[in-house]
Design a protein around this ligand. Sequence first.
Ligand SMILES: [Zn+2]
Length: 390
Amino acid sequence: MGAGDTAPRALPCVRISAGVFLGEERSSPAAVTPGSVGSVRLLGVPIRLHFTFVLLLICLVVIGLSGNQSPGSYALFVLALIASVLLHELGHALVSSHYGIRTLEIVMYPIGGVARLERPAKPWEEFWIAATGPAVNLAIAGLIFVILYTQNRAFDLFALTQPSAENLPERIALGNLILAGFNLLPAFPMDGGRMLRAILSRLKSEYEATRIATWSGRMLAISMGLYGFIYMPMLAFVAFFIYLGAANEGASSRGRSLTQGIPVRAAMMTEFHTLPHGGTIGDAANLLLSTSQQDFPIVHGDQVIGLLTRNALLRGMAHDGPASYVAGFMQREFPCVPPDKDLAEVLPLMAHAGACVLVMQDGRLLGLLSSDNLSQFLLLRSVGLQPSEG
Ligand SMILES: [Zn+2]
């Protein structure tokens, strides 16, 4: 980002629809899970690898090289399983797009892929989205078994303990059955946990349903971890990810239940400072020190023309010093939401990017929503604050 362009120019803010910067490239940093690398697009959905998945791949290569099967058949087996996991995730993506929910990205973790959706699905949408993944794996296994059957090949389960090029299709089919079974476990963050929550939310509140699915996820992870610790270290590794996933899902779901149906204006900061476009980085630094605000809207008259984030301020100070203009370092595209937007829909973005969101109506700046004041709001809600509508 270069300094110098101080000409005031009113730029339309990037409206957030359901927690995503609309109009921005999907590869924008806000839409990317931290720690993930690479991006291949399948059916329009970016597929990324989490660094822990890359570590797992390296582990698998090392195990494969030390085993006694031919490297070619081992590589085929691993590739087929990765493809099966991808097809499973694409199954989720396809059904969510049927419900009008865009899949922002699919991130591959050691325990499988995770499709990040643009907005939280409604219970029955969630049921069918979740059910499709394991159904894809069952279909792959079924297809392989049908082909083997038509070739009159006998299925010998015990022979599979001796991997060979001949029993590769059987092993891929069995791998898919295991994938389906594992994902159908009724515990968060597995698909079965989501299906359980969808069913429970018919009988109980969403919060209560999530609590039960999260609890069963934690119990599953703990028992798997203990078993793995004694007999199978790899299982303990998987258990660790299930535990993290269950905890994450529980937290985001709790946030959702505390914010659903509440307009953004109930949580926004209404006392805030702005800086004129001719202001300097030094002015911004003074405000940063004297207030609790971290990000500053830059205005020209009553029009917002940019947002100076704390990081940009620090960069400006380090590069060009306090006398440089804020306009040279401000973000010209900034996220904004209308005041009556459902807070629950803004949550995924705030949690993901930690961005400060401007609350605007008809081009007028009404307030700011930062992750700090959002956490204060959640804290107050959790101890019983009833926000006033208005
Ligand atoms: Zn799944």
